[in-house]
Ligand binder design. Structure first.
Ligand code: INS
Ligand code: FE2
Ligand code: FE2
Length: 292
C-alpha cells in the first residue's frame, strides 16, 4: 500500500492526469500544481472575486439561530421524507458546481470520483473509498433551494468567538452574533466538550452526517461531519474544544483531506466505466434507498 504522503512529495500535489489501469482503478500522474497552490484565496481574489462574495454572504448569515433552524429543517429523522439511492444523488449533482471552491470548476460527480479513485489507488479500506465518493453529496440541499452560502464552503463553530484563521474572517464583523459571542473563546460551550457538541455553521457536512448516521462506521461519519472544518484540521485552531475521541479521529480527517483536496485534477473520470465498481461498494453499506 502506498503511503498517502507519497501523494504530495516535496510539496507537489501531483494528481492531475488520470491514467486508466487494467484493474479499473485510476492511476494519477503528477502535475506541476504544488500543494501550496491549492486553496490560494489571495490568488482567487484576483481571478475569482465571486469567492470572496460567497464567503461574505456565508459569514454574515451563519448565526446560531440560522444553524438551529436549518438543523430542525433538515437533520431530524422525521423531516427527511424523500427516498433516493446514493448513486441517484450523485447523478443529480452532476449539474452542481460549488461556488466556494477555488480549485475546481467541475461538477460534483467528477470531484466525488476523483477523490474516491485517489483513495482507492492508495489502497485505502473500502469504507474510506466510499467516504471519499459520497462526502460532498449533502450538497443536494442546494438542489432543493438552499443558497450556496448555507450549503458549501469551510465550516466553523457558531455561538463562540471565531478564529482569525477561518478563511475571509474579516467578514465576521458583519455577523450579528459577533456582538454576542465575539469576545468569548468558549461562548455557549465548555472547554473540551467535544466537537460533536458544537453547532457548526450549516452546510453539506452536517446534513449528510445525519442522512448517513445509521449506515457507516464512526470514522466515516466523523470525516463527513468535519471535513470542511479547515481552521481545525489544517490550521490547528479550536483544539480547546477537542475531547479524547476527537484526538483519535483527527488522523482520519487529515488522511481523507489529501484525497479530497489534491485530487481536484483536470482529467475527467470515466463515469460509465467506474459505475459498476461503485454501485457494488455502495450496496455493501447502504440499502437501495435512504431518506433525504
Ligand atoms: O470550497 C470547498 C467546498 O465547498 C468543499 O466541499 C468543502 O468541504 C470545503 O471545505 C470548501 O472549502
Ligand atoms: Fe465538502
Ligand atoms: Fe470535497
Amino acid at each position: 500500500m502506498r503511503n498517502i504522503t507519497n501523494l504530495i512529495p516535496d510539496g507537489t500535489a501531483g494528481l492531475v492526469s488520470a491514467i486508466q489501469q487494467q484493474d479499473g482503478a485510476t492511476a494519477w500522474s503528477k502535475s506541476n500544481k504544488a500543494a501550496a497552490d491549492f486553496r490560494d484565496y489571495t490568488k482567487a481574489d484576483e481571478d475569482q472575486p465571486s469567492i470572496a462574495e460567497f464567503y461574505k454572504q456565508n459569514h454574515i448569515h451563519q448565526t446560531l439561530d440560522h444553524v438551529l433552524a436549518q438543523k430542525a429543517k433538515y437533520c431530524d429523522d422525521q423531516v427527511r421524507k424523500t427516498s433516493m439511492g446514493i448513486w441517484q444523488v450523485l447523478e443529480i449533482l452532476d449539474k452542481f458546481v460549488d461556488e466556494s471552491d477555488p480549485d475546481t470548476e467541475m461538477s460534483q460527480i467528477m470531484h466525488s470520483l476523483q477523490s474516491s479513485e485517489a483513495a482507492r489507488k492508495d489502497g485505502q479500506p473500502r469504507w474510506m473509498i466510499l467516504t471519499a465518493l459520497i462526502h460532498d453529496i449533502g450538497k443536494w440541499i442546494a438542489v432543493c433551494g438552499e443558497p450556496q452560502w448555507s450549503t458549501v464552503g469551510d465550516t466553523f463553530p457558531v455561538g463562540c468567538q471565531v478564529s482569525p484563521k477561518v478563511v475571509y474572517s474579516e467578514y465576521f464583523a458583519l455577523n450579528p452574533d459577533t456582538q454576542k459571542y465575539g469576545n468569548s473563546k468558549y461562548g455557549i460551550y465548555s472547554p473540551h466538550c467535544g466537537l460533536h457538541n458544537l453547532h457548526m455553521s450549516f452546510g453539506h457536512d452536517e446534513y449528510l452526517y445525519h442522512v448517513c448516521k445509521d449506515y457507516l462506521p464512526k470514522e466515516a461519519l466523523y470525516i463527513i461531519r468535519f471535513h470542511s472544518f479547515y481552521a481545525w484540521h489544517t490550521s490547528g485552531e479550536y483544539t480547546w474544544f477537542m475531547n479524547d475521541e476527537d484526538h483519535q479521529m483527527m488522523k482520519w480527517v487529515k488522511q481523507f483531506n489529501q484525497y479530497d483536496l489534491y485530487s481536484k485534477a483536470e482529467e475527467t473520470p470515466d463515469v460509465d466505466q467506474l459505475k459498476p465498481y461503485y454501485l457494488n461498494l455502495i450496496d455493501e453499506f447502504f440499502p437501495k434507498t435512504i431518506k433525504w
